[in-house]
Ligand binder design. Structure first.
Ligand code: NAD
Ligand code: LMR
Length: 338
């Protein structure tokens, strides 16, 4: 009925959107651990992303409720539910991007490495599914300890003969998001205009903000440098303590994960100059993995940038970071090799 008013922003009748299923242009994305603290807001934000045509939500519990809820949002992506190990492979078939926030979070007093014993096995199983069902997908690994889970994923892929280092990215975006926020606070700037490169890894001293390379250029007093470096390195712990046993960062993490996933999808689409920091297989240092700025393209990582000039404070931080990182990487590699 042409006289029947169509509401602004509505896709119209349910029947119309059903017919359109599968037809929308865009990428196919799976979230593994979609019913968790990160998984739920991440699923919601990915459903709002116009680059996503199909969104698979997989978890070992509660994915039906999350899927039913999110599928009612009137955005383009078709949402499908997958529950339990027996549906993992169906969740993964044909995916362009797989985002993994599955695993246990920290409680006060724990380090990220304390999560290794549980999360290493979870990441191994999920990555084995990826080798079988979507070996060419880009993988965004969020589960902690990222410094060890990324090497675990690499070893699983190597074992299966599907490893492409350009497609495996440990998500360190949250630390960049925090660094932008904290630097903006100190300097009285708009956080949306601040860019802080954060390199190294994703735990304690391995998190190395390069304050000498902040954009727009800023100069910090030694006190400001100490305060900012420590706050950025301990931002995760700040949230864990504030949540007092109810988990770690979930909402800011979902925001950061979507910012990063969107960058990966824009790279896949062929956009130029998509640059973010991530923990990847790298030759930037003597370590096999390291977080630094990477350029994202049609096949994943197109270029890994060198660290650039560091000041003395950052050079000392780099040595500390490398020592701890080497152990965490080795721990992940041996978990699969032994
Ligand atoms: P959560 O406990 O709220 O959610 C985890 C989800 O994973 C749950 O729904 C659980 O059912 C699911 N899960 C467990 N085993 C699974 C399996 N085998 N397959 C699929 N799903 C499985 O935890 P959260 O707060 O969402 O955090 C998840 C992980 O992300 C933790 O390891 C946390 O440390 C990490 N994290 C990383 C960053 C980062 O910056 N990279 C930031 C925040 C949290
Ligand atoms: C974070 O940085 O918030 C995450 O790595 C979660 C944590 O345990 O701190």
């Amino acid at each position: 009925n042409p006289n029947y008013p169509k509401m602004e922003g509505s896709s119209g009748l349910q029947q119309v959107s059903c017919r359109a299923k599968g037809g929308a242009p865009g990428f196919k994305v799976a979230i593994l651990g979609a019913a968790g603290g990160i998984g739920q807001p991440l699923a919601m934000l990915m459903k709002m992303n116009p680059l996503v045509s199909v969104l698979h939500l997989y978890d070992v519990v509660n994915s039906p409720g999350v899927t039913a809820d999110i599928s009612h949002m009137d955005t383009g992506a078709v949402v499908r539910c997958f529950l339990g190990q027996s549906q993992l492979e169906d969740a993964l078939i044909g995916m362009d991007l797989v985002i993994i926030p599955a695993g246990v979070p920290r409680k006060p007093g724990m380090t990220r490495d304390d999560l290794f014993n549980i999360n290493a096995g979870i990441v191994k199983t999920l990555c084995e599914g990826i080798t079988k069902c979507c070996p060419n997908a880009i993988v965004n690994l969020i589960s902690n300890p990222v410094n060890s889970t990324v090497p675990i994923a690499a070893e699983v892929f190597k074992k299966a003969g599907t490893y492409d280092p350009k497609r495996l990215l440990g998500v360190t975006m949250l630390v960049v998001v925090r660094a932008n926020t904290f630097v903006a606070e100190v300097m009285g700037l708009d956080p949306r205009e601040v860019e802080v490169p954060v390199v190294g890894g994703h735990a304690g001293v391995t998190i190395l903000p390069l304050l000498s390379q902040v954009k727009p250029p800023c100069s910090f007093t030694p006190e400001e440098t100490d305060y900012l470096t420590s706050r950025i390195q301990n931002g995760g712990t700040e949230v864990v303590e504030a949540k007092a046993g109810a988990g770690s960062a979930t909402l800011s993490m979902a925001y950061a994960a979507v910012k990063f996933a969107d960058a990966c999808l824009r790279g896949l689409r062929g956009d130029a100059s998509v640059i973010q920091c991530a923990f990847v297989a790298s030759q930037v240092t003597e370590l096999p993995f390291f977080a630094s700025k990477v350029r994202l393209g049609r096949t994943g990582i197109d270029e890994i940038y060198p660290l650039g000039p560091l000041n003395e404070y950052e050079r000392v931080g780099l040595e500390k970071a490398k020592k701890e990182l080497a152990e965490s990487i080795q721990k992940g590699v041996s978990f699969i090799k032994k």
